[in-house]
Design a protein around this ligand. Structure first.
Ligand code: P6P
Length: 334
């Protein structure tokens, strides 16, 4: 039997495109370019300790956070790949204060805009902890004859046409959804292809993992403290306490919980009264994937995907994961 029994990301994208009678391949092309850029970022990350590319770039990102050299590299690779696709007219990311508008004719008429955290968790890079890229794709609302504007990027999460993440872990995986379920592709470095490895991903309705930075415990809302104590007391099925698992890298924590069942919490804290994570390019794409996989994502009051962003870098609390766990938390938050 031939060993050619793989489904590459590109095969899958094209096959799924046939499910959309009016699709003309623009979104497929965009996803293909994201996959290519992810391979380039992965190649750099795999050699981070060997070439002069780890450590700080000496610059700060819009949040005043030290910008890692790999952050900068990843941002530039995704910007160039998206512009080259010709399907994207603008790009917003954690690394740029303002949205990047593509003015070259070839791209300026693109149907989509993309919001990204090009390298999330990058402060972990120097310590060889897994990091990720997060992307969110919207159809532009501005006229195709005009240049993209900020309004294209401040759409509510329910308007995403696709979203996903790449996790640069023990293997590199690209996980994405176009609103019809979630599929995961693992990079086979021997052939340089993302291959379908996790078809139709769905998250268990419950689990026994809770992920939160308990160092901020004293400042958490009372309902969160109550939930943490609940997790530490017992798991109704086994009678044993839940397991606390926290990597401090959003994509890694969410991906593990998505597969095994669990809940991720980033509540408001003294340092981050509105939560630390950004709505537009972290919470929205992650929440889109979680909901498409059968889980839930809210900010303590509202579904994340129902929130209309007011600014590009605005933060919001994020509670997401298995439905039974998030529902119990919601009750405790009152
Ligand atoms: P803390 C990484 O810096 C990040 O943006 C996310 O990837 C991660 O979930 C969170 O911050 C960790 O924040 O405050 O627990 O270190």
């Amino acid at each position: 039997m031939s060993s050619y029994n793989i489904t590459s990301l590109n095969d899958f994208i094209i096959r799924k495109q046939k499910d959309f009678p009016y699709a003309r391949g623009e979104l497929s092309s965009l996803l293909h370019h994201i996959g290519t850029a992810a391979k380039m970022v992965n190649a750099k990350i795999r050699r981070a300790g060997l070439v002069e590319i780890i450590g700080n770039s000496g610059e700060e990102n819009p949040q005043g956070e030290q910008q890692q050299k790999l952050d900068r590299y990843a941002d530039e690779v995704f910007i160039d790949a998206l512009e080259a696709s010709g399907e994207c007219c603008g790009f917003a990311s954690e690394e740029n204060q303002r949205e990047v508008i593509f003015t070259e004719t070839f791209a300026s008429k693109g149907k989509y805009v993309v919001c990204m955290d090009p390298l999330d968790g990058s402060s972990n890079i120097d310590y060889n902890v897994s990091v990720g890229s997060i992307f969110s794709i919207y159809r532009r609302i501005s006229e195709r004859e005009s240049e993209a504007g900020i309004g294209d990027f401040l759409q509510e999460g329910d308007k995403q046409v696709a979203a996903g993440y790449v996790i640069y872990g023990s293997s590199a995986m690209l996980v994405y959804s176009t609103g019809n379920g979630v599929n995961g592709f693992t990079l086979d470095p021997t052939i340089g292809e993302f291959c379908l490895s996790h078809p139709n991903m769905s998250t268990p309705s419950s689990g026994n993992i809770y992920s939160i930075n308990e160092g901020n415990y004293i400042r958490f809302p009372e309902g969160v403290k109550k939930y943490i104590k609940y997790c530490q007391e017992h798991d109704p099925d086994t009678g044993r306490p839940y397991s606390s698992r926290y990597i401090g890298s959003l994509v890694s924590d969410v991906h593990r919980n998505l597969l095994k069942g669990g809940i991720f919490l980033y509540p408001p804290s003294v340092s981050y009264p509105n939560g630390k994570l950004r709505l537009v390019y972290e919470c929205n794409p992650i929440s889109f994937i979680i909901e498409q996989a059968g889980g839930r994502a809210f900010d303590g009051n509202r579904r994340i995907l129902s929130i209309t962003p007011e600014s590009l870098h605005q933060r919001c609390p994020l509670y997401c994961g298995s439905t039974e766990m998030t529902e119990r938390l919601e009750k405790m938050l009152g």
